[in-house]
Design a protein around this ligand. Sequence first.
Ligand code: IMP
Length: 188
Amino acid sequence: MGIGQLLVMDKITLHNKTFKPFIKNDELEAIIDNVADRINADFEGCTDVPIIICVLNGAVMFTAAVMKRLNFNVELCSIKLSSYVGTQSTGTVLVPLGLTSDVKDRRVIIVEDIVDTGNTIVALKELLYSKGATDVKICTMLMKPDVYAKPDKLDYVGKAIPNAFIVGYGLDYDELGRQYKDIYVIDE
Ligand code: IMP
């Protein structure tokens, strides 16, 4: 089999779009090691139990991978916010599923798959502070600096990527593609 055929086989098709390899799982593992090291360093010796908030559904894989590497006690809860329909951010943040833990007087680490405009993460951060969280840190596997439009600091960023639509490792295109262990970028 020639190289051309292998490259074609590496591509995936979801609905009507084709995606090509972008970030291999090996690189993702190294990115996650690095993020977890930084969180462990910041929370070293903590006596409280911070809450990890997994932003459903996209951050499921990344949250699990980060949590496995943490060396202090955490509590896990999940929330669902979405500002995406298809491949474009709508700018509208929806909250179909609520918080499953009381964040009052607690430190919180939000774990996201990707930050694009920042609408989702900043809305969630404000929601958590309004519910009495004492400190809210943002941890995201990926971010798109060309699109991010908020003054808020992103505390733990795995990798900055160009403004392109990606899938895999939890990220979807209209609910498909989440299960891939590598990340793929739209092939246009
Ligand atoms: P934001 O609110 O514009 O920052 O969008 C963040 C949310 O949009 C993430 O939680 C993802 O679910 C989704 N999203 C942003 N970029 C992508 C992408 O390239 N592929 C798939 N989903 C994305």
